[in-house]
Write a protein of this length. Sequence first.
Length: 554
Amino acid sequence: MKKLIASLQLNTTRGRVIILCGTFVAVFVFFAAVIYVQNKKTLAATHQTADLKFPMAMAASNMLVGVEASGNAQLSFILSKEKKYQLEREKIWSSLVEPNATKMQQLSSQMDKETKASIKSILTWLDTYAKAQQEEKKLILANADLDPTDSTAQATLQANNDELKTIIPKIGQAYNMLQGQLQTLQSQQQTTLSVDLQSIRNNMESTNQVIIFLTIFIVVAALFTGYLAIGKAQQSIDMTTEMIAELASGKLHTAQTKVSGEMTAIVNAGNQLKENLRKAVEFASAIGEGNFRLEFQPSSEHDVLGQALVAMRNKLENVAEEDRKRNWTIEGLAKFAEILRSHTDVTELANAIIQNLAKYIHANQGGLFIVEEDAAGTLYLKLTACFAYERRKFLQKEIAIGEGLAGQVYLEKETIYLTSIPEDYINIRSGLGNANPKSLLVVPLKNNDKIEGVIELASFQKLEPYEIEFVEKLAETIASTLSSAKLAQHSQQLLAEFRQQAEQMRMQEEELRQNMEELLATQEEIERREQSQYDSIDDELSHNPYYYPGNENE
């Protein structure tokens, strides 16, 4: 009750509007009632005219036309004795006279006593007129069938003609009475219609005047109400308008607007909107700077802007995270591509790979197994490089094909990733003690469906899917590089063996050459000695007196 009394105070815009609206409603209801009464009278008169008097006038007029037309057709039949006129008369009677007579009889129940009596008299004369015409038609048709030369027929003709002389006056009297009474009824109904139409016109003019007056009153009342309602509230409206203009122009760091009165709720809502927009701007700026961790709470479940900003933050954060993962993968592949290019020795390459890979994915321990073949041609996995806690380890370990996870990965040629590791499978030792890892990743080094080795990584942290995918991509490159390195190392080994064999052959050839030179020197010395001996013998013989040429054989 107190709230109702407070709302009716004239010193508030709400009170003035409520009182003036109440007065306006009362006046409106009064004039609406007046208009309703006027319209009801008009509607009743219209109904009386449209449903009763106008149809009665039309029925009387149509019946008058039908009676006159049927009389003319009957007269033509009498004069010409042609049946077509009789058929025309019957058609006119059935289409114009009888339907309108029926309609007049139906409408007479709603007429006054005088009109009812008039209609009853008309229908009585109509019946008399119809019966007389039928008798006249029978007598005429009977005369047409008699032979005027027959004495018996002449008597009948005379009797029929005498009867016709008595019927024709009845027909004339009935026709005249029908014509007169129908004309009188038609005239009365037309006069009544004119009066009713004038009454309807007067009622409509009165209604229009009331509507014009009510319209003028509404306009004046609306202007007066607007003047009273807006007069003292103009300052609050101006301040509210200024606040909204600041919001529209993007000024969000101005002081909050304070007003009293009915505009308080609107201004408070505007101040709250300004604060919400300011927070939204700060949140959007933080997102633009790449800070996706800033907390932001939409003002309500209907805060479309806040919900959109949060959704945008989440999407941008996901995009940034995907970019970070993609860049991390690209940088890692580029880094290891350089490592793979800078090493040719298989052992040094394996150590560089496992050391950098364990650091890159923050693994605590790792090992690289390379497929080797023993003297019997049996394949096995050899631990070529091992790394734990950022230190290179020198361990000797060989795994048979199919043995352990590494051997299983070799056979299945598929990656194995475990997060539940048996207690006795692997143990990571550090300065803080011994502990089992939380995750274990074993990846085959596959090159064109051929396994070149296996990488095994253990970590205290679970590996992300993108990290596992990175290791699998890198494993293909490592496998190809290891294959090339092993081939190059084998080629170098073969080249070294070839060079060693060539050097041995060169030394053997040098030794053989020296032996040949010594042999040639010895042979020359022998030949030289033999020649010297020959020369000595010749010299001695030349000084012998018993020597003659040609007697050498003696």
